[in-house]
Design a protein around this ligand. Structure first.
Ligand code: MD3
Ligand code: FE
Length: 226
């Protein structure tokens, strides 16, 4: 007679991809590598450069300490994410420095949202992050949006970045993924509330942006649909 199988079953993992994709990516995290062709990337970058001409990149500062971020930012859409020493993280309808309304979200980005999400509403904010070589973004959760049913859609342009994503607790195990120019990333479901950040930029890995660096665009719904 066989003894009862004595085995320690490994912890259940939420997602398992092909062998070259790390396991334990959070549920709802979807990476679409090469979603944008080189021509699409050039066309989108040109629209983002137009946005930056009317809404210049600014250096956000940490609440309370006033420590500057190494990433520069601007926005397009009816709302934009800003941060300063005095008033901290928030969305507002105008540029932090010029006081002008943010420019509209370029149509190709709205098309990406319609294609890749089944969200009931359109995004209200497109945060534009600009990473020079050496810039990084510490591990954080995005929690300034008031519509938790909406996903976040991210587009990477320019130099490659080492991205990490974990779970709902800072101490949860992290998976590292390289984000390349033209990659689109959907953060839906539980992954929407996972800790994540950018460890480093890999200089010289793309010639899309003259002078190098990386631009990441994140489309977000901020206010409730109904
Ligand atoms: C995972 N941006 O703007 S994009 C941010 O590359 C931000 O600039 C990074 O984190 C960047 O807040 C990462 C991919 C991304 C965006 C939002 C997420 C991953 C996310 C929200 C929840 C979980
Ligand atoms: Fe984030």
């Amino acid at each position: 007679m066989m003894p009862p199988a004595k085995r320690k079953s490994p912890a259940k993992i939420s997602s398992r991809g092909p062998a070259d994709v790390p396991a334990r990516l959070p549920e709802g995290f979807q990476l679409m590598t090469g979603a944008l062709s080189p021509a699409d990337q050039k066309a989108l970058l040109s629209k983002i450069n137009d946005v930056i001409l009317s809404a210049p990149l600014f250096q956000p500062r940490m609440p309370r300490t006033g420590q500057p971020f190494s990433v520069k930012m601007t926005n397009c859409g009816p709302l934009g994410w800003v941060s300063d020493k005095e008033r901290g993280y928030r969305y507002q309808p105008t540029h932090l420095e010029t006081g002008q309304p943010w420019p509209p979200i370029p149509e190709p980005l709205l098309d990406l949202w319609r294609t890749h999400t089944n969200c009931a509403g359109l995004p209200e904010a497109c945060l534009i992050n600009h990473y020079p070589a050496g810039a990084k973004m510490g591990s954080h959760r995005d929690q300034d949006e008031h519509e938790p049913r909406a996903p976040v859609l991210s587009v990477s342009l320019g130099d490659e970045a080492v991205f990490h994503v974990g779970g709902p607790k800072r101490s949860d195990a992290k998976v590292r993924v390289t984000l390349r120019s033209g990659d689109v990333c959907l953060l839906a479901g539980p992954s929407r509330f996972a800790y994540h950040g950018i460890d480093r930029i890999l200089p010289g890995t793309s010639d899309l942006i003259p002078g190098g660096g990386r631009i990441n665009l994140t489309l977000r719904r901020v206010t409730p649909f109904d």
